[in-house]
Design a protein around this ligand. Structure first.
Ligand SMILES: [Fe+2]
Length: 239
């Protein structure tokens, strides 16, 4: 059994990640053999643990090929950006776009693996109360989340997030990997609705995949992320 947490970035304390701006990195440059920043997290369950709604062959392909490719590309693009010429606007812009796409793919998949779990269930009392406050009822939340997932045009994600202005839970959609949610929204759960997530088993029946995923949301992980989320950003309304 793998670890229960997804570590998204891997840097030791003695070699902290340099959080300067991208342009600072460009001005300094990196060695060609610079260390990979991003690593593929282990799944927090066995490959066959989500069957039959997500069989082992689908999960193995999804994690070991699709997610792994985002990690590989994000690392490669980090290195290319480190020495790219920002005055070559077309090439530099393409690298930035590709980097954003692949890093977002890595981060969203890392969150997805811990958004679902083998056992079905419902949120415990405290989170259930927060869901009721935010949506009116659990059933209303489930209907909204289902719609946000099923109605994504093409490829993307359904997302459960914390509204940074009020602290309320909200649902929304993410097209491809581009987060079109409110700035500062903190994601606490996502459901992958790219066809690679479900097509081998469910063909074009996205609704069945989404229904199973919502039944198997990992409410303990979601509650932990809610607890760890920053307090709401104070926003002056009508001041
Ligand atoms: Fe995916």
């Amino acid at each position: 059994m793998a670890s229960s947490r997804c570590e998204i970035t891997e840097r030791t304390e003695s070699e902290p990640f340099d959080r300067r701006s991208s342009f600072d990195h460009l001005s300094k440059g990196y060695d060609d053999d610079m260390t990979d920043i991003y690593t593929l997290p282990d799944l927090p369950y066995a490959l066959d643990a989500l069957a039959p709604w997500c069989p082992a062959d689908t999960l193995k392909l999804h994690h070991g090929k699709h997610h792994a490719t985002y990690v590989k590309e994000a690392n490669a693009l980090t290195k290319q950006l480190a020495t790219a010429d920002p005055t070559d606007e077309l090439k530099f812009g393409a690298l930035q776009t590709a980097f954003s796409f692949n890093l977002s793919g890595h981060l969203l998949h890392s969150l997805f693996w811990t958004s679902i779990r083998p056992a079905s269930g419902r949120p415990a009392a405290e989170l259930a109360s927060r869901i009721k406050e935010s949506f009116g009822s659990f059933d209303r939340f489930a209907a909204l989340f289902t719609s946000a997932c099923v109605k994504v045009q093409g490829s993307g994600w359904g997302a459960l997030m914390i509204d940074p202005a009020t602290g309320a839970l909200r649902v929304g959609s993410i097209l491809n990997h581009t987060n079109g949610l409110a700035p500062g929204a903190q994601l606490v759960a996502v459901i992958d609705v790219w066809e690679h997530a479900y097509y081998l088993t469910h063909k074009n029946d996205r609704a069945t995949w989404v229904g199973a995923a919502i039944d198997h949301l990992d409410w303990e992980s979601i509650a932990r992320r809610c607890d760890e989320a920053a307090v709401a950003v104070p926003v002056a309304v009508g001041a």
